[in-house]
Design a protein around this ligand. Structure first.
Ligand code: C2E
Ligand code: CA
Ligand code: CA
Length: 492
């Protein structure tokens, strides 16, 4: 055990407790005279060999602004003690940001401010916790005995609140802000470097998600790594031609005649395999790539429609999903018109499915775009009605032709009578607004029959068919001609 470790032993709460008990024991056994005779040389020895250096070393550690062996050794030692005593410990890494520099190149925090920040944070730290500078603007906080996650979170939030109170050194006032990444030891064997790295990864997530604290968990880090990878790969996916379209048919309940289809994008990454649109579309929306992806989907759909048309197959309306952010981009309506004109399809066969989301902020712009799209002859549909953000107000305002009900929320638990009441009222509402009503996500005969009985206009779901490649829909169109020769009327 080296000197630093000995110093650590001395500053350790367990050691301190043992010392106190030892002293009490001694006091009980020795007379006052013997006690003085014994204590004096012991005190001198302790001071000379340990405390003098200990005080010095602690001071040195405190003002050392960069990660060095002393910090690593300190954590290492504390970690060993924590493992031995099974004390729960959490390692925080706190990033301190000068609000003046946020979003730009951060300025290094100098020693005086490091010291002041440490002192400020120490005010809320429990007795055995400590704080030390890690690098240019990060601090390590050793946090034992935080037994519940909530306590850790509360404490971290308290620290950040305190940090935000303006600080002054000799007339220089600074406004700090910060966030914390935390990783709990949870009895694991892990190197100090890896442990700090875990807290730093959690810190990265906290910063990205604008949280005050984020606690490391293996699953979350893995999923955030995947998210970042997908974001990066999305950029090239379009260029590399990795997207394809699948088509899911919609049928009329009374005779199961094909009345339309929805295009659903599919992405198979060469290394990651198939990635569902539920995973990558939100990322494309976040990165703005959705505009390019959406343009490709619409153009590809129009080309496919034109191809079937040229082959003499019956034409059916095809719906294309459109994200709220596409709709809110000025020039979207004109882009739709341009694609339709370029590919030469009749706009009446194209329908745009719009999902109501809380992210529709610019209502006047969206309404203007929708009205323009309608004026070109393209149809509009409200997707996922009945889930999430659907608002009846939107229904009255949006110039839509179709209402698409997502009934999956009713499929499992709801009692038959309740289901019927809810579905009936949604269908009645659509009809009273002169809208076509389509039910999606229909998986069973029972649901199919119910929707048929209640007068639903179209049904889409695994019960009819899963989304399939263009070739499969083409075959359905061919079968359609045989089964319903009158459909030939739709050719053109
Ligand atoms: P959505 O527009 O609501 O599409 C319906 C989703 O339900 C599809 O999932 C479809 O495969 C699935 N589905 C269809 N029938 C059934 C059924 O009977 N049971 C169950 N459990 N599921 C069924 P998918 O293909 O994974 O798409 C998910 C979402 O991704 C879509 O939801 C849509 O919001 C979005 N999306 C897909 N393609 C595009 C696109 O080209 N552009 C945009 N902006 N979004 C797209
Ligand atoms: Ca849809
Ligand atoms: Ca839907």
């Amino acid at each position: 055990m080296n000197r630093l470790q000995l110093n650590m032993v001395m500053s350790n709460p367990l050691y301190r407790k043992l010392t106190v008990y030892g002293l009490i024991f001694l006091v009980g056994w020795l007379t006052l005279h013997q006690w003085f005779l014994l204590l004096l040389p012991i005190a001198l020895i302790i001071y000379h060999f340990f405390l003098k250096n200990s005080v010095k070393t602690m001071k040195q550690i405190k003002i050392t602004p960069f990660m060095d062996r002393s910090l690593i050794e300190r954590i290492q030692f504390e970690q060993q003690m924590a493992v031995m005593t099974s004390w729960p410990v959490t390692l925080f890494v706190m990033r301190v940001l000068d609000w003046k520099w946020q979003g730009t190149q951060q300025k290094m925090i100098d020693d005086a401010w490091f010291e002041a920040i440490c002192q400020r944070i120490e005010q809320v730290l429990p007795p055995q916790a400590w704080i030390m500078p890690l690098d240019d603007y990060d601090f390590v906080i050793w946090m034992p005995e935080q037994r519940r996650d909530r306590l850790t979170v509360d404490l971290a939030e308290q620290m950040i609140r305190l940090l935000r109170v303006p600080m002054e050194i000799e007339g220089d006032v600074r406004f700090w802000d910060g966030c914390i990444g935390a990783s709990a030891l949870n009895g694991r064997t892990i190197t100090v470097e890896d442990w700090i790295q875990e807290s730093k990864m959690a810190l990265q997530i906290a910063m990205e998600q604008h949280q005050e604290i984020h606690i490391y968990s293996h699953e979350l880090i893995e999923s955030s790594k995947r998210t970042r990878l997908i974001e990066q790969e999305l950029v090239g996916a379009l260029r590399r031609g990795e997207f394809i379209l699948h088509y899911q048919p919609k049928v009329a309940p009374k005779n199961r005649k094909l009345i339309g289809a929805e295009t659903l994008i599919r992405w198979t990454h060469p290394r990651l395999g198939p990635i569902s649109p539920g995973e990558f579309i939100p990322l494309a929306e976040k990165t703005g790539l959705i505009h390019a992806v959406g343009e490709w989907v619409l153009e590809e759909t129009c080309k496919q429609l034109k191809l079937w048309n040229r082959r003499g197959l019956p034409t059916i309306p095809i719906s294309v999903n459109v994200s709220a952010c596409q709709l809110q981009r000025s020039g979207f309506a004109e882009q739709v018109k341009e694609i339709i004109e370029r590919t030469g399809v009749d706009p009446k066969w194209i329908e745009l499915e719009i999902t109501e989301t809380e992210s529709i902020h610019q209502l006047p712009l969206v309404l203007d775009t929708m009205n323009k799209i309608r004026s070109y002859g393209v149809h509009l549909s409200i997707d996922d009605f009945g889930t999430g953000y659907s608002s009846y107000e939107y229904l009255y305002h949006f110039p839509v032709n179709t209402l698409k009900m997502d009934l999956r929320f009713l499929m499992n638990d709801t009692k038959i009578v309740q289901r019927e009441i809810i579905v009936r009222s949604m269908i009645d509402l659509a009809k009273s607004l002169n809208l076509t009503v389509i039910a999606e996500g229909v998986e069973t005969q029972e649901w199919f029959d119910l929707l048929h009985r209640l007068g639903c206009d179209g049904i889409q779901g695994y019960f009819i068919s899963r989304p399939e490649p263009a070739k499969k829909l083409e075959q359905m169109l061919i079968d359609e001609i045989r089964q319903f020769p009158m459909s030939l009327a739709a050719i053109g």
